[in-house]
Design a protein around this ligand. Structure first.
Ligand SMILES: Nc1ncnc2c1ncn2[C@@H]1O[C@H](COP(=O)(O)OP(=O)(O)O)[C@@H](O)[C@H]1O
Ligand SMILES: [Mg+2]
Length: 680
């Protein structure tokens, strides 16, 4: 079986309808098996892979688990979207009011006939409906369960991890000797059907037992069996409830952790530091303002009136100047100035003829000269309205000269005033900010208390859910106890059947069949195990040809496998690198495909991820050309550079490049055919 087309419509980053034509041309059919869908990170490769998985399996547990790291989403959350998960419907489509999305594939079966499979979802009003349709040869159109059943026949759910996978994530297959995977492998290798047959025979035995016992015992047995079935259903329900509650607890605990983190951030230091900075700035401005105001008040005490009245000073100056240079005043000052030196004029040498005058004569002449000087006193000009001694006027003139407009005497006042005003404004601004900070912190306080309330509520919720879980588990164990009781009872009743001869005969026969079947299953297992081990070892050797550590693998009868060194000593899985595990898992997948003989297409995301060059070349040369009749590879441009493309080129029959510049709208480009397509 191969894909003829796969069409994605409004799924994930595929906005609108995107058909991928995957059918090789007649010319390529025999030699080529590879389709490359290349895209850089985030361009839509995993979206493509997941769409294919959705088509065959719907919203499986594996998809729900892979959507968000470490968290399994509910089906509803997977479809509609959750915190960091956008859901399946393309964002752009949703914005346009389109609520339908689907994935459709046309398959070509072994008889070259077409099978059309379509699975779609309608998301509206925070809810969704899904539908599945199959158009198959010689079948009426199938929908719902019938369609799903047909699809499971084509590709059972259990096969999905071995055919559609992310190569970087398959390492777990190599180390997970876990029952679920082993069951899936048994399913793939056709060993499971023997188990199904076994269940049928067991049912048959029960029926015979029922029929072969006495009537009253039969009634009792029927009742007990009925109760047994009821209890089993109840057990299953309770188990599911447990799982749901555990999931709830998981989600609640994640929320609680987030709330705690937020509380830590809110009660942090940022706000307080900011407040302190603003306070310091305010103090500086207050000091600035005080200095300016002190300067101003000093100026007002001293000469502010002069500085502020420069024009008046200017007007005053001529009058003062006149006073300073008034002739009378000058003469009078000169005469006055003579009085003093006159006193010493007769008493200090030199003297006439070297002789000092008698004191009597000195007194006489001094009085006469003073009399003359005094008689020369100048009359003051009373007509002047403004009278000043010339010396005073000169002093004033010197003083006032500094306050004339040309010296801009008001400047210091103006400067101080503006400094004070600026400080005033700055303080007001800081006060506003401080107020805002205190408002903000009020707001934060509110938010903080809201968060604390939320935290309390979430803690209570977690506690409540834990109680619920405890209760459900209690119920479960009481159901399980009763189940054991009822089982004992039915077994006891059935034993009675063996007392009837005919019953005994038939039961023995059926039990022989059971044994036969068991040994058949065992033989089948041994054979398939040997086949698988053989393929596994061959493929491992061809992929790991340069590896010295792993020599071979061994699969035991319960399908557990073990890697061995050349001396047959086991290798602990924990000691193997992720790349090695990936290669071992690839060898396993390859071996399973060969051993089961099924022809199904293979889709591989991140095909060369963390593999070194030598092993990449092995994958390119040896695995991909043989992995299946149709292999769809989803590499990044660096995974499949020009050199590696060359290695694969003879097998590539189609190549698409994905582009997704905006993150939510992938553009699909079909590369020109011909094998020499450049990267880019
Ligand atoms: N519902 C959606 N609507 C739009 N874009 C989506 C949606 N879901 C996922 N995406 C985007 O699809 C892009 C491709 O993701 P993915 O297929 O994982 O890329 P990659 O090629 O790396 O595997 C991502 O950018 C993602 O955000
Ligand atoms: Mg990816």
């Amino acid at each position: 079986m191969i894909f003829k087309t796969i069409t994605l419509h409004n799924l994930f980053c595929y906005d609108g309808k995107h058909p991928f034509d995957l059918l090789p041309s007649e010319a390529d059919k025999e030699t080529c098996n590879i389709v490359v869908i290349m895209g850089r990170n985030g361009f839509g490769k995993t979206s493509f892979l997941n769409s294919v998985k959705l088509l065959f399996g719907g919203v499986t547990k594996e998809l729900r688990h892979g959507a968000q790291r470490g968290n399994s989403l509910s089906e509803k959350a997977f479809v509609l979207g959750a915190k960091e998960w956008w859901g399946i419907l393309n964002h752009q489509a949703k914005k346009r009011g389109e609520f339908d999305c689907y994935v459709e594939a046309v398959l070509i079966d072994e008889n070259h006939q077409e099978i059309i499979v379509k699975r779609g979802w309608n998301l509206r009003d925070d809810d969704y409906h899904n539908r599945i349709e199959v158009a198959a040869p010689r079948k009426p159109p199938l929908t719902g369960d019938n369609a799903q059943q047909y699809l499971s026949g084509l590709l059972p759910l259990d096969y999905i991890p071995f055919f559609f996978f992310d190569a970087e994530e398959i390492g777990y297959l190599a180390e997970a000797n876990d029952n679920q995977i082993i069951e899936k492998m048994e399913q793939l290798l056709n060993i499971r059907p023997a188990d199904n047959l076994r269940d049928c025979i067991k049912d048959l035995i029960k029926k015979v037992e029922r029929e072969s016992i006495k009537r009253d015992a039969k009634l009792e047995l029927l009742k007990a069996e009925h109760r047994h079935d009821e209890l089993q259903i109840e057990q299953q329900n309770l188990n599911e409830q447990c799982q749901a509650i555990e999931f709830d607890i998981d989600v609640l605990e994640t929320d609680l952790r987030e709330t705690r983190q937020k509380i830590r951030v809110f009660s942090g230091q940022g706000m307080i530091e900011n407040n302190a900075k603003l306070e310091a700035a305010k103090q500086a401005q207050l000091k600035n303002q005080e200095e300016a105001l002190t300067g101003l008040s000093e100026l007002f005490e001293r000469d502010a009136f002069l500085r502020l009245n420069a024009d008046k000073v200017q007007q005053t100056l001529p009058a003062v100047e006149r006073c300073a240079h008034n002739q009378h005043s000058v003469t009078k000052e000169m005469l006055d100035s003579l009085h003093e030196p006159l006193k010493a004029i007769f008493t200090t040498p030199p003297y006439l003829d070297g002789r000092r005058l008698e004191d009597r004569l000195i007194k006489f002449y001094q009085n006469r000269i003073a009399g003359v000087l005094n008689s020369r006193d100048v009359n003051e000009d009373d007509s002047s309205p403004f009278r000043l001694e010339s010396w005073q006027a000169k002093k004033i003139l010197g003083l006032l000269g500094a306050y004339t407009p040309q010296h801009a005497p008001e400047t210091p006042i103006r400067e101080l005033l503006s400094r004070a005003l600026q400080a005033e404004r700055a303080i007001a601004e800081i006060d506003k900010n401080l107020l805002e900070v205190s408002l903000l912190s009020e707001e934060s306080k509110l938010r903080l208390s809201q968060l604390q309330e939320q935290q309390e509520q979430q803690s209570l919720d977690v506690e409540q859910r834990r109680k619920d879980l405890h209760e459900v588990k209690n119920k479960l164990s009481s159901v399980e106890r009763e189940l054991i009781e009822v089982q004992g009872k039915t077994e006891g009743l059935r034993k009675q059947a063996r007392q009837s001869e005919q019953g005994q005969l038939r039961i023995t026969l059926l039990e022989k069949m059971l044994k036969l079947l068991d040994s058949y299953k065992q033989a089948l297992k041994v054979r398939q195990r040997a086949v698988l081990e053989d393929y596994f070892n061959r493929h491992l050797a061809s992929l790991l040809d340069s590896n010295q550590l792993i020599s071979k693998i061994k699969i035991d009868e319960s399908f557990q496998f073990q890697l061995l060194r050349s001396d047959d000593s086991p290798i602990a899985m924990g000691s193997i690198s992720a790349g090695m595990k990936q290669l071992a898992a690839t060898a396993l997948i390859w071996a399973l495909k060969d051993a089961c003989g099924k022809q199904l297409p293979v889709v591989i995301d991140t095909p060369l991820g963390r593999i070194d060059k030598q092993h990449q070349d092995n994958l390119l040369n040896r695995y991909y050309p043989k992995a299946a009749r149709q292999v769809i590879l989803l590499p990044t441009d660096s995974e499949l550079d020009e050199r590696k493309r060359e290695l694969l080129a003879p097998y590539i029959y189609r190549e698409y490049h994905l582009h997704n510049r905006d993150g939510d709208k992938t553009h699909v480009e079909l590369m020109p055919s011909g094998k020499a397509v450049n990267n880019g």
